[in-house]
Design a protein around this ligand. Structure first.
Ligand SMILES: [Zn+2]
Length: 247
């Protein structure tokens, strides 16, 4: 495996101590749960038994931190940093469970996030309405699990989770682009409609499944693109019968 460089590891290790120190303080303040104790143990450099077994099953994240490595092959400093790096990743994975275990309910935050996504979908809806697809009234559908992702859902509640969806950390232009992409994706995957389609070039000549991505961010503005040639069509929310085909 590739070992991340020292600088990156040291930065991550510094951040690790924050949730773990907090866990120790919460325990001292009288909060009590098994996940909270596990998190506090990470601070002391111990690996909780549950995580030892879970570590190899976990596939979340893009790092290879959970793969076995022969620590004896590394210099002492790198071993220490790698250990801290693993503790960071374990703390990140454990945090949502810890919060739930002491009574934190993420539902209000999720509702607020879904409402923000619905506002983005309402902008995309203008384009559906302008091109004659107003029967598809898009609704924000929040996914199960963590981190929460929101997808565009059809009026019957069906949605397609194969696309990226809308993520909590996205800024407004990026969230609008993701909303547009999710709408285009659900129309393609469920009723099998290519939308939107360039008024001049049409869609991809052979298949709606081929062609360019329908949405792009240009100078921090979400734009529809021609799926046939890739040129910009119009900013999301500003499609007209001149730029896109109507039904
Ligand atoms: Zn075109």
């Amino acid at each position: 495996m590739t070992v991340p460089d020292d600088t990156k590891l040291a930065g991550q290790a510094a951040r690790t101590t924050v949730p773990c120190s907090l866990a120790a303080k919460w325990l001292a303040a009288g909060f009590e749960s098994s996940p909270l104790r596990q998190l506090a143990q990470l601070h002391a450099g111990e690996t909780p038994a549950r995580l030892q077994t879970d570590r190899r099953k976990s596939s979340r994240g893009d790092g290879n931190w959970n793969q076995p490595i022969e620590l004896g092959q590394l210099p002492a400093k790198a071993q220490r940093l790698l250990h801290q790096h693993r503790a960071t990743m374990e703390a990140i994975e454990l945090m949502p469970e810890v919060l739930r275990s002491v009574g934190f309910d993420p539902a209000p935050a999720n509702q607020e996030f879904a409402a923000r996504c619905q506002k983005a979908l309402d902008i995309v809806q203008r384009d559906l309405d302008a091109t004659g697809y107003d029967q598809y009234q898009m609704r924000a559908q929040i996914s199960e699990g963590w981190p929460a992702i929101v997808f565009a859902a059809l009026p019957d509640g069906s949605y397609w989770s194969g696309g990226g969806g809308m993520a909590r950390g996205e800024d407004s232009p990026s969230l609008l682009a993701s909303a547009a992409d999710s709408v285009s994706g659900v129309l393609k995957e469920i009723p099998e409609i290519e939308w939107p389609v360039c008024a001049i070039h049409g869609g991809h000549p052979e298949s709606i499944w081929d062609g360019e991505d329908p949405v792009d961010l240009l100078k921090k503005v979400a734009w529809w693109r021609c799926t046939s040639t890739g040129h910009p069509l119009a900013p999301v929310g500003q499609l007209t019968a001149e730029t896109a085909r109507t039904r």
